[in-house]
Design a protein around this ligand. Structure first.
Ligand SMILES: Nc1ncnc2c1ncn2[C@@H]1O[C@H](COP(=O)(O)OP(=O)(O)O)[C@@H](O)[C@H]1O
Ligand SMILES: [Mg+2]
Length: 377
């Protein structure tokens, strides 16, 4: 496993050597130098393109763990370093849209129109100011009703998958995104289910705090069920440790525990707790554009580079993605039902939430099918 940030340090050391004896050795000058590298490095060292389109579902049913922050900053980093990226905001709060400076007031064409209405994704894609390579599908508050409105929609679990497939195939090859990043809401309802069915891989941000692993067992369980019944291609491929506070022993313990559980899935680079990261959305920006020389910014660049390098060896498929849902399971197959289970650290609250989402114990609120319904495939 490579040393986190080694590449950046090496290149910074080279810069320091090149500028030693000049005025460039003060901390401020070094930060300015780092900023320049972040903003202009695409010319010097673009990230490698993935072997095929990567549709990445950023999920964790816990709120406040860094899903939105990671989606935004990884997305901007990939785009600044030369890759085409589409970010889809699937959280009715619209925080991703805010952080990318994309309008998301009621009435703005948004992901709601593609999921519940007849719009294609192309109709609701917006440019961003962060990079011409980065486009965003915003979420408006309308999306809050989608969990219920989708219940009666045909093939409700496949709406997002089909929207992405249609969008990608409508574009000429040289304009298709390399990455689609989907920011999920903090729940395991029908929106997150759509994102898991649409994705090829899941990225789970884990906050380096107490309770970090709580509920994770349930999320993994649900991903397994989606894989078994709705999307055989989905798997957790990346864990990103966020909000690491080097002053606390706890952060180290959590990071160690996560690495011992998930091994190579965990990116070597850890995102530190950094005030610039939390300030950036207030200015409608990512931390890379708000304060490119900050530690938050350079860490996200390094994490994005590691993430991109993992995509290089993915085998291309004949066409970007096969159209439509996979064939329905035989009528006798067991239903996608999860019994709420105790994860090692899971609380009763999150066990029952996940159980309700997938077992349909509260069908009006968390409408996931409990039977194979031909009409809905
Ligand atoms: N590395 C970080 N350093 C400081 N604050 C952070 C960092 N990452 C996220 N935050 C802040 O933590 C809060 C929750 O992050 P967010 O990405 O919105 O989580 P989620 O999408 O999982 O709910 C936000 O206020 C965000 O600005
Ligand atoms: Mg969020």
């Amino acid at each position: 496993m490579s040393d986190p940030g080694q590449r950046l340090r090496t290149s910074l050391a080279a810069d320091t050597a090149a500028t030693s004896g000049t005025d460039f050795d003060s901390p401020i000058a070094m930060e300015a130098l780092r900023a320049t590298r972040v903003l202009h490095a695409a010319d010097q060292e673009p990230f490698p393109a993935p072997g095929r389109l990567r549709v990445v579902t950023v999920a964790n049913q816990k709120g406040g763990v860094g899903k939105t922050t990671s989606t935004v900053n990884l997305g901007v980093a990939l785009a600044l370093y030369g890759l085409r990226v589409l970010v889809i905001d699937l959280d009715p709060q619209g925080n991703t849209s805010t952080a990318l400076g994309v309008e998301h007031t009621v009435g703005t064409p948004s992901i709601y129109d593609a999921l519940v209405g007849d719009s294609s994704l192309a109709d609701v894609v917006h440019p961003t100011t962060a990079s011409p390579n980065l486009r965003c599908v915003p979420a408006t508050i309308d999306l809050a009703g989608a969990e219920i409105e989708l219940v009666s929609v045909v093939a409700r679990e496949y709406r997002l998958r089909r929207a992405i497939e249609g969008y990608v195939q409508s574009l000429p090859e040289d304009r298709r995104p390399h990455y689609v990043l989907i920011d999920c809401p903090p729940s395991l309802g029908l929106l997150t289910l759509n994102a898991l069915v649409a994705g090829d891989e899941v990225l789970i941000p884990i906050q380096c705090e107490y309770y970090a692993l709580e509920g994770l067992g349930q999320l993994l369980n649900n991903i397994e069920l989606v894989r078994a019944h709705l999307n055989p291609g989905i798997a957790v491929r990346t864990i990103l440790l966020t909000m690491y506070d080097a002053r606390t022993k706890l952060a180290d313990q959590v990071a160690e525990e996560v690495r011992s559980h998930f091994g190579e899935l965990v990116l070597p680079t850890v995102i530190p707790r950094n005030v610039r990261v939390s300030e950036a959305p207030g200015y409608g920006q990512s931390v890379l554009t708000y304060d490119p020389g900050s530690r938050g910014s350079t860490s996200y660049v390094e994490a994005a580079r590691e993430f991109a390098e993992r995509g290089v060896h993915l085998a291309p498929v004949a066409d970007p993605r096969p159209m439509g849902p996979p064939p329905p399971p035989p009528a006798t197959a067991p239903m996608p039902v999860v019994r709420p289970q105790a994860s090692a650290t899971g609380s009763r609250a999150d066990r029952s939430l996940a159980g309700a989402a997938f077992a349909g114990t509260d069908a009006a609120v968390l409408p996931v099918p409990t039977s194979v319904d031909e009409e809905n495939r």
